[in-house]
Design a protein around this ligand. Structure first.
Ligand SMILES: Cc1ncc(COP(=O)(O)O)c(C=O)c1O
Length: 387
């Protein structure tokens, strides 16, 4: 039997990270590659109890079709948390679905889409299905540089996709002054901002900073997720969007999956409704914060002086810059041969990849293994640097 794939499907490629993760599943590999939350943070007993509650008290609606917009009490919870109207909240099947839906309703073939340098690979994948023309906006260690949003870039652009909190892949956080500037410049230029924020609650130092959405609710879509604060397998996220866009997104979601599972939405709500996250998130922060410190200490101890990295104030990642001539992809082959893994930085760039970069996740590997893995990686890098 033969069939013809759509042109769109023919252009699809697998995420470099997912391919790497397959290799790193071998138990002997110390993997800093995955962006997975630590299973130690999953509130298993609470989730178990919530399943029983939901199936005992509301079995029919939990197992029935539901509204596309989402389970109303969960939407109300999100609305209260962000101090917005419930009408603006859409529950999504993970924030990844938010990215997919936004791509579908905002991008035509060839549309200009602005992204950070580098940016979240999963967003590049989601938007790529609509075949935009990506433009990487110059960014530095603090994130996107607002002044770089010249009229030449913003005119006709469909949106700027940005990650102000502990960005995936760099772990960097956009300072509050830059947020204000960015929100103002975008508003003046009529540029829509997509604010992806799965890591905002995971701040290990300093306070949580105001969202871009709070600075211009008419010109920003905010995306959030329960993946990093409860469990990613639940696949429950949300977005907050201006009214007209919200309506379009609901239509697109109807076509995609009718609605996010009634069952998991109710379980999430059952767990969080009494304020559980306010006691749970500090525990996640404490664990990840300690892991982050351990990795920073290991890096200082074992990485050669020609290598630099950032000091994240939250999130799950550290971004490493190698000397110019060292290629992250080639380094990975050598690292895997020595049973240690990371994600090379190049796939996170929409244009002109910086090949001498890599991303390290510090959340899933236990502390003693962090030291062992970073020591091994440091030796491999040292050989490359001198070679
Ligand atoms: C920046 C960013 N956005 C979105 C997602 C997708 O998260 P979710 O599990 O909510 O779909 C991730 C997952 O790692 C992410 O890092």
């Amino acid at each position: 039997m033969s069939w013809t794939f759509s042109q769109r499907a023919q252009k699809l490629t697998s995420s470099a990270i997912r391919e790497i993760l397959k290799v790193t599943e071998r138990p002997e590999v110390i993997s800093f590659a995955g962006g997975l939350p630590s299973p130690a943070t999953f509130p298993v007993e609470r989730l178990q109890a919530a399943c029983v509650d939901v199936l005992t008290n509301a079995p029919a609606p939990a197992l029935q079709y539901g509204p596309t917009e989402g389970y109303l009490p969960l939407r109300e919870w999100v609305a209260a948390r962000y101090n917005v109207s419930t009408d603006n909240v859409l529950i999504t099947t993970g924030s990844q679905q938010g990215l997919d839906l936004l791509g579908k309703v905002l991008i035509d073939v060839g549309s200009r889409v602005l992204v950070e340098t580098p940016t979240y690979l999963g967003a590049l994948q989601a938007f790529s299905l609509s075949e935009p023309s990506f433009v990487s906006v110059p960014s530095d260690d603090e994130g996107v540089v607002p002044e770089e949003l010249t009229a030449e870039l913003t005119d006709g652009a469909r949106f700027l996709y940005c990650l102000p909190n502990f960005q995936n892949p760099t772990g960097r956080r956009l300072p509050v002054e830059r947020r204000r500037k960015l929100a103002r410049i975008a508003a003046d230029a009529g540029l829509l901002l997509l604010e992806d924020d799965p890591y905002g609650a995971l701040a290990y130092q300093g306070e949580q900073l105001p969202t871009l959405y709070s600075m211009n609710p008419d010109g920003v879509v905010h995306m959030g997720s329960f993946s990093k604060v409860l469990a990613p397998g639940l696949r429950v996220g949300y977005l907050i969007a201006p009214e007209m866009l919200h309506r379009k997104l609901v239509q697109a979601k109807q076509a995609a999956d009718l609605h996010t599972p009634s069952f998991t939405q109710r379980i999430v709500h059952e767990v969080i409704k009494g304020g559980f996250l306010d006691e749970h998130i500090p525990k996640v922060r404490a664990l990840y914060g300690a892991q982050c410190q351990a990795m920073l200490e290991a890096l200082r101890k074992y990485f050669p002086p020609s290598v630099t990295w950032n000091q994240p104030e939250g999130g799950m990642f550290i971004w490493v810059k190698l000397p110019e001539h060292v290629d992250g992809m080639q380094l990975l082959d050598k690292a895997i041969a020595q049973n240690v893994a990371f994600v090379p930085g190049a796939p996170f760039f929409a244009n002109e990849p910086q090949t001498n970069t890599l991303r390290l996740s510090f959340v899933t590997v236990p502390k003693e293994k962090i030291f062992e893995g970073i020591e091994r990686l440091g030796q491999i890098i040292a050989r490359e640097c001198s070679g």
